[in-house]
Write a protein that binds this ligand. Structure first.
Ligand code: UDP
Length: 385
C-alpha cells in the first residue's frame, strides 16, 4: 500500500463514526490521518460551556447516548465514564404538561382515566377501531394512529411531526414513528435502552480521548474534499461527509431537514425542571426547549447556580450550505441515494462511505458506533487476510 505522508488510511470527518473507525484502525497499529472540516472533532455531538450557568450546551441539540448493544457500550466506556442519566421527555399540549413516551402516564392524564397495564391494549384497540385505519399502515399517520388511536395522535404527534418534517405526516415513512416506544406501563424512560447516559466530563472530552492515541493525527479546519488531490490513490479512505457532496451534487442534492437553535442564558436556577420539553401544538413555532444543566444532575454546583442555559429548536427547510440534520427518506430520495451510492462505488473503489451523512440514514449515536466498528473490523480482516 502507498502511504500518504506516512499514513495507512485517511478518515474524512471526525464525528462519532469517523472517530470510531480511526480508533479501531490505530489500535490495530495503523497510522491514521483524520481530516475534519470544522475547528474541532465531535460532529454534531459537540458541546460548549455556557459560562454564566456552567452548563454543557449541546450545540447541535440534545444528545443522549443510549444503546442495547453491549459491544458498543463497552467501546465508548473505554474513553469516558457515563453519568447514569436516564432520559425523560415531557410534552406540552393545550396548556398542560404530560410525560412521554406514549404510555400509562400519558394516556391516563390525557383521558382522565385510571387504566391498569392489562387494560391498555383493549383500550387502544377500541380507539384504533373508531379511527377507521386499514389493517396494514401505509404511511406515518396510519402507523401512528394504529399505535395510539386518533385523539392521542392529533394531540401529541400530528402537529409536532408536521413542524419537524415540514410536510403532512401522510407523506412520511411509517418507520419514523417506530422510534417512539408505546408502553402499557408507567415507565417514562424515553428510550427502551437501559445502557444510557451522558459522558461524565462532556462529549468533547470523549472525542478527545478517542483520538488521543499513537497513530492518530487529527487535522481540524481541513476539508477532505479540498485536500483529496494530495492523497495518493490506493490509500483507503473512510469518508463520513454527505455522499451527494462527495460527487459534487451531480444528480441534485439529497433532501434534508435542518434545525435553527435560539439559545439564551436565563437568570433563574431552573427554567423548566427537566432537560427536554416537546411542544406538540401547531401554534408554538418551535418543537422543543432544551435545558442543558439537567443532563448533569450529579454536578451539584452547576445545578445550584442562579443561571440556566436553554435553547429553542426550530426545524426548517434545508438548502445546500445549511447544516444537514435529518435525512428525508421517501421513494424519490431513496432512488437518488441508490444512484449516488453506485456512482461513489464506481468512482472511488478504495473508499468506504459511512456515518449519518454518508449513509443518509437517521442514525442514533450508538448505531453509528456499531456500524463503524463493523466497518473497521471488516477492513482489518481483509487487510490481514
Ligand atoms: N414525535 C412526535 N411527538 C413528540 C416526539 C416525537 O410526533 O413529542 C415523532 C416525530 O415525528 C419525530 C419522531 O417521533 O420525528 C421521532 O422522535 P424522536 O424523539 O426520536 O426524534 P429526535 O430526538 O431524533 O429528533
Amino acid at each position: 500500500m502507498t502511504p500518504v505522508f506516512g499514513y495507512d488510511a485517511v478518515v474524512a470527518g471526525a464525528g462519532i463514526w469517523g472517530c470510531t473507525v480511526a480508533r479501531v484502525l490505530a489500535d490495530a497499529g495503523l497510522a491514521v490521518l483524520v481530516l475534519e472540516r470544522r475547528s474541532a472533532p465531535g460532529g454534531n455531538c459537540r458541546c460548549e460551556k455556557d459560562e454564566a450557568s456552567g452548563a454543557e450546551v449541546h450545540v447541535y441539540g440534545s444528545h443522549i447516548f443510549h444503546t442495547s448493544d453491549s459491544k458498543t457500550w463497552s467501546f465508548v466506556n473505554r474513553f469516558t465514564a457515563f453519568n447514569g442519566y436516564q432520559h425523560k421527555v415531557l410534552a406540552r399540549h393545550a396548556g398542560k404538561t404530560y410525560f412521554l413516551p406514549l404510555g400509562l402516564a400519558l394516556l391516563n392524564s390525557f383521558y382522565g382515566l385510571e387504566l391498569k397495564p392489562g387494560e391498555v391494549a383493549d383500550f387502544i384497540a377500541g380507539e384504533v377501531a373508531k379511527s377507521g385505519i386499514p389493517g396494514t399502515p401505509r404511511n406515518f399517520e396510519e402507523q401512528a394512529v394504529s399505535f395510539v388511536g386518533r385523539p392521542v395522535y392529533e394531540a401529541f404527534i400530528k402537529n409536532y411531526t408536521a413542524k419537524q418534517w415540514g410536510c403532512d405526516p401522510k407523506e412520511l415513512d411509517a418507520s419514523i414513528i417506530r422510534r417512539l416506544p408505546v408502553r402499557a406501563s408507567y415507565d417514562v424512560n424515553y428510550f427502551a435502552d437501559l445502557l444510557q447516559g451522558i459522558p461524565r466530563w462532556g462529549y468533547n472530552a470523549l472525542f478527545a480521548e478517542m483520538l488521543h492515541r499513537t497513530g492518530i493525527t487529527l487535522r481540524c479546519g481541513t476539508d477532505y474534499l479540498a485536500e483529496r488531490k494530495h492523497i495518493p490513490s490506493g490509500v483507503p479512505v473512510f469518508y463520513s461527509g454527505p455522499v451527494d457532496e462527495l460527487l459534487g451534487f451531480r444528480f441534485g442534492p439529497l433532501p434534508w431537514r435542518t434545525l435553527r437553535f435560539e439559545r439564551e442564558t436565563l437568570p433563574v436556577a431552573d427554567f423548566q425542571g427537566t432537560s427536554v420539553v416537546n411542544y406538540t401544538d401547531a401554534d408554538v413555532p418551535y418543537t422543543r426547549i432544551h435545558e442543558f444543566k439537567h443532563f448533569h444532575p450529579e454536578d451539584a454546583e452547576t445545578m445550584r447556580r442562579p443561571f440556566t442555559a436553554v435553547c429553542r429548536e426550530y426545524p426548517a427547510a434545508w438548502k445546500p450550505g445549511d447544516e444537514p440534520y435529518y435525512p428525508v427518506s421517501n421513494p424519490q430520495s431513496d432512488a437518488l441515494l441508490a444512484r449516488y451510492r453506485e456512482e461513489a462505488a464506481r468512482e472511488f473503489p478504495g473508499m468506504t462511505v459511512g456515518g449519518r451523512l454518508g449513509e443518509y440514514k437517521y442514525y442514533d449515536m450508538d448505531k453509528s458506533v456499531a456500524r463503524a466498528l463493523e466497518t473497521a473490523e471488516t477492513f482489518l480482516k481483509k487487510r490481514n487476510a
